[in-house]
Design a protein around this ligand. Structure first.
Ligand code: ADP
Ligand code: ASP
Ligand code: MG
Length: 414
């Protein structure tokens, strides 16, 4: 059955206290009064997830991934019940549901599981009964009834996946900024708000470290054609539309810049210079579920090569163990950051990479690695240079405006 359905997602800062939960609940009610069915996806309140991680680490320096998922999923469990109560207190019917109750099936991988299916039967039933459904974001369940989580920021992905499964007409991501900006407005206060941005550019921005959206949410939105908006929980504004439509006339080469501080660089030396060496290294990492980002192979000697690549810094210790003594020496450093420029306008426009390298050189910033895609150029730099690089690139590509962006939430306590 086709219905007028809107999925709304509220992030942690939008639910930081009871007043904010009440405000968010009013937005859900408003949407219902507009004649739409409403599914709300909530994150854990405020900085709950950070605090739970801190508590776990106080007890155990290396907690198991299974128990971490059990722990972290509780944050969203609190939010759903409180949110449903807030809706009911305003005279409307609501029901909270967790991933197990709905059947949000994921792969059997802890801490970064991907959703493989969402059962819609229970959801359809509750919507038919006229209720506002409040779903716990970030969590899933495996075929063996184990609780999983989708990775930090994963509630965005829960929301878009639900919107796709239920054929929603829109997925609104409510957060503490009023849209997607040319870069993080906390770092560059005169960043410009984008009225719209294509799925492809948004995906590259999110993967490059613009944590306003979880990358997988954009991937799913693109695949299923779900129209998405990023908008403020605290003011009435349409925010930024994320859409499949590219601007007919792209007059800027670069749409946005981003920095990712969660990278680590791995350098493996003395790899035999013969067919199969790289395959051996990277298949072993793939088998252990380690994602690799930038890769450089350099000629080192008569019979050997060196390979450098980047991974998520959370995988550093595991990667060291996986590679072990497969080849010569392995060095891992997380004292690095990736800065990227993104823009559909750079296709077929020469000189953009050179302009990026000149801007970094002008700041005395050394480039450790480079990678490119059709609409992105990334440079790995020392972590201490990341902010300077981001600001210089934002200014160099003339992305700023005269206004100062308003960001409501505070930064995490640790
Ligand atoms: P939520 O808790 O609502 O999910 P997040 O903290 O995950 O919120 O995402 C919102 C934050 O994303 C903003 O406060 C901002 O600092 C950050 N951010 C990073 N890059 C961008 C960008 N390009 N545009 C807007 N916000 C960005
Ligand atoms: N609560 C989780 C986190 O802090 C998921 C989310 O907020 O999207 O990462
Ligand atoms: Mg988020």
């Amino acid at each position: 059955m086709s219905r007028n359905l809107v999925v709304q997602k509220f992030g942690g800062t939008s639910l930081a206290n009871t007043q904010k939960i009440l405000n968010a609940a009013s937005r859900a009610i408003q949407e219902k009064q507009n004649g739409n069915d409403v599914v709300v996806v909530v994150s854990a309140m405020g900085h709950t997830t950070d605090l739970l991680i801190k508590q776990a680490n106080e007890l155990n320096a290396a907690p198991s991934a299974r128990e971490m998922d059990m722990l972290l999923s509780t944050g969203e469990g609190v939010s759903i019940a409180l949110f449903a109560m807030a809706v009911e207190s305003q005279g409307f019917e609501a029901i909270s549901l967790n991933a197990m109750q709905i059947g949000i099936l994921t792969e059997s991988v802890h801490s970064r599981a991907r959703i493989v299916n969402i059962a819609t039967q229970r959801l359809e039933q509750e919507l038919d009964a006229g209720k506002i459904i409040v779903v716990a974001g970030f969590q899933g369940v495996t075929e063996h009834d184990e609780i999983t989580t989708l990775g930090r920021g994963g509630s965005d992905t829960s929301a878009v996946a639900l919107a796709a499964a239920l054929n929603a007409k829109r997925c609104d991501i409510y957060t503490d900024v009023d849209g997607v900006y040319t870069t993080d407005p906390r770092v560059v206060p005169n960043a410009s708000k984008l009225e719209s941005v294509s799925y492809d550019e948004m995906l590259e921005l999110a993967q490059a470290g613009a944590n306003v959206l979880h990358p997988r949410s954009v991937e799913i939105a693109k695949h299923f054609g779900v129209p998405m908006r990023v908008r403020s929980s605290f003011k009435d504004d349409l925010g930024t539309l994320i859409t499949g439509v590219e601007d007919m006339e792209i007059n800027k080469a670069v749409t946005g810049v981003a920095a990712d501080l969660t990278q680590a660089r791995v350098v493996v030396t003395d790899i035999p210079d013969k067919p199969g060496s790289a395959a051996k290294l990277f298949s072993k990492l793939a088998a252990e579920n380690v994602s690799v980002d930038m890769i450089i192979q350099s000629y080192a000697g008569e019979t050997t090569n060196d390979i450098a690549f980047t991974i998520d810094s959370g995988d550093a210790q595991r990667t060291r163990e996986i590679i072990g003594d497969m080849f010569g020496k392995t060095e891992v450093s997380d004292d690095v950051a990736k800065v990227s420029i993104i823009g559909a306008g750079m296709i077929d426009r020469p000189g953009i990479a050179a302009a990026m390298f000149e801007t970094l050189a002008g700041q005395g910033i050394n480039i450790l690695m480079i990678s490119t895609s059709e609409i992105k150029i990334s440079c790995l730099v020392a972590k201490s240079d990341a902010q300077k690089a981001l600001k210089a690139l934002h200014e160099g590509f003339e992305l700023g405006c005269d206004e100062i962006a308003e960001v409501k939430g505070d930064l995490p306590p640790c």
